[in-house]
Design a protein around this ligand. Structure first.
Ligand code: ATP
Ligand code: MG
Length: 446
């Protein structure tokens, strides 16, 4: 993409309504624009990162054997009356009446809708296990939307639902989700720690929330600092293997890590040596639940088991806060000049800065780099504006592309361009060809 043809409405001023750094930077980098309280338009740069995050989530869910689909945002109130949640959900649910006077709602979550699909089409244990998921907009009429996309009213969520014959099979699905979530967050450059949580209105005894440690997080968390040394890495886990998935769950959840809802000061003191006890704040970027037969019993989602008897299926639901993740990643990865995107989610793979637009050699070298990078399947953002170098650097630093290639007449006389890492700030002078190869190498396999 050439910047002169793109739509990147960066702001010079720091918007006064934004209280936390991720919100400020998303506004300043021209990623989002508030449409009304807690509701945002995704401008091209923000939309690109949102899509990258979605893509990682899809890839990792599909890898785990979960099946993508799409359910609507508007739902009929009748299904929610069946489960009993129409009245329970309270004011966070946006209720709508259509022209025929039918009660509808903008879905805050999808347990009812998916259970209705399941009961209409599945009746035998032979069709299990089954895990369906979608990535769809949700609406929760949050009393205090704030922090930009972190606590919106309209937000994008991946929500998945498993259907299993019994509790053991459903717990394997739970473990599979835990593994796939660990992988997903790490690919986004994030450490998200599974912490024991509270069932809340969805209900359930088995539930973990995934928290990214950040001062601006809304949750208070208590954990054993040894947990932060755990890395999922690129290990290959067989998602069909019960012991392998169970082993990952044990490795990542055996140490003390809880949110304030489940925190137990006595257990914390007894289980964790004082030097490793941490109290901090965290951003919830996902949650997994096993809730047994709560919805399947209420809504008659049963299968005929191997014994010929009908039994309600065991279910769980599993969510990732896709749009909130943008905020969480920025909270975890920025400096005073702007965002620093991890390679896994960056909107463009690298920036090209032309120090002297209009100089024949510099223009030609930039065009050459642009073509060579594009030919390798990479997406560069070429700053081809007739601006001062300082302004171009400031824009690149603000929008946070992890790599920048700087091209100027003086370097070109020596046959070199400058390759700079946004994270370390380190630069090196190399030939344009070597710069292209290096960038291609960095992104190989991503
Ligand atoms: P919270 O406690 O933050 O209100 P929740 O526990 O009600 O969230 P879940 O039902 O577990 O949320 O939804 C799954 C994920 O969706 C959450 O882990 C979070 O990342 C994201 N999410 C929930 N509410 C919002 C919101 N208002 N804005 C943006 N993302 C949200
Ligand atoms: Mg939650």
């Amino acid at each position: 993409m050439r910047l002169t043809r793109y739509f990147l409405p960066v702001l010079k001023e720091t918007p006064s309504e934004a209280q936390i750094v991720s919100h400020r930077l998303m506004l300043r980098a021209g990623m989002i624009k508030q449409a009304s309280a807690g509701i945002y338009s995704w401008l091209p740069l923000g939309y690109k990162v949102l899509k990258r995050i979605e893509q990682i989530v899809h890839e990792e869910q599909i890898r785990a054997g979960h099946i993508p689909m799409l359910m609507p945002t508007l739902q009929s109130a009748d299904l929610w009356r069946e489960s009993g949640r129409y009245d329970d959900y309270g004011q966070e649910m946006l209720r709508i009446t259509d022209r025929h006077g039918r009660d509808m709602l903008y879905g805050p979550t999808n347990e009812e809708l998916i259970t209705d699909i399941f009961r209409a089409h599945v009746s035998s244990y032979k069709d299990l296990p089954l895990t369906l998921y979608h990535i769809q907009w949700k609406f929760r009429d949050e009393i205090r939307p704030r922090f930009g996309v972190m606590r919106g009213r309209e937000f994008l969520m991946k929500d998945g639902y498993n259907f299993d014959l019994d509790k053991d099979a459903a717990l394997h699905a739970y473990n599979r989700h835990l593994v796939s979530y660990l992988r997903s967050y790490e690919r986004m450059g994030l450490q998200a720690i599974p912490m024991r949580a509270d069932g809340g209105p969805i209900g359930g005894d088995y539930t973990h929330e995934f928290l990214v440690l950040a001062e601006t997080g809304e949750s208070e968390v208590f954990y054993d600092s040894a947990i932060t040394d755990l890395k999922f890495g690129d290990r290959a886990v067989d998602y069909d293997s019960v012991p392998e998935c169970q082993a990952v769950l044990e490795e990542f959840t055996s140490r003390y890590a809880r949110t304030d809802e489940t925190h137990d000061a006595a257990a914390f003191a007894a289980q964790v040596p004082e030097a490793r006890r941490r109290t901090a704040r965290g951003i919830e970027v996902g949650q997994i639940f096993y809730f047994g037969t709560k919805y399947s019993e209420a809504m008659g989602a049963t299968v005929v088991g191997p014994d010929g008897q009908r039994t309600p299926v065991h279910m769980g639901s599993h969510g990732i806060g896709v749009s909130r993740l943008l905020g969480a990643i920025i909270e975890a990865s920025h400096d005073e000049r702007g965002i620093i995107w991890p390679e896994g989610v960056t909107p463009f793979h690298c920036g090209i800065v032309n120090l002297k637009q209009g100089d024949a050699a510099a223009d030609a070298a930039c065009e050459g780099l642009y073509k060579a990078l594009t030919a390798k399947g990479l997406e560069p953002l070429y700053d081809d504006r007739a601006e001062r170098a300082g302004a171009k650097f400031a824009t690149m630093d603000l929008i946070g592309l992890p790599w920048r290639i700087t091209v100027g007449p003086r370097g070109l006389e020596k046959g070199v361009v400058e390759l700079t890492s946004r994270r370390s700030g380190e630069s090196e002078e190399i030939s344009p060809e070597a710069a292209v190869d290096r960038i291609a190498q960095i992104y190989a396999g991503r």
